[in-house]
Design a protein around this ligand. Structure first.
Ligand SMILES: [Zn+2]
Ligand SMILES: [Zn+2]
Length: 90
């Protein structure tokens, strides 16, 4: 008899990592969200990143995080650039 080593074994074969988009919830807020959901999802939608799996491959996670960083960078540039003057008559 061999002693069991302490392994975190959750019984899953895939080597996925927790989805960084839904944090493993497998669902995310749908875009219309909440009580007035118009897409029949009742406020929840299948996570588009992990496709309701809750886990993604490490490659996909890396790509997701990279996209996120790029989006943040884009937003920062947007906010940093001076806004064109718009008339506010109204
Ligand atoms: Zn997900
Ligand atoms: Zn909805």
């Amino acid at each position: 008899m061999s002693e069991r080593e302490f392994f975190c074994d959750d019984g899953s074969d895939d080597d996925g990592v927790t989805c960084p988009h839904c944090m493993g919830d497998r669902t995310v807020n749908c875009y219309c969200a909440g009580d007035f959901c118009i897409c029949d999802n009742f406020g929840d939608a299948d996570c588009p990143v992990c496709h309701a799996e809750g886990t993604v491959t490490p490659e996909r996670e890396a790509r997701y995080l990279k996209n996120l960083a790029e989006q943040r960078e884009l937003l920062r540039e947007l906010f940093a650039s001076p806004r064109p003057a718009t008339p506010e008559n109204g």
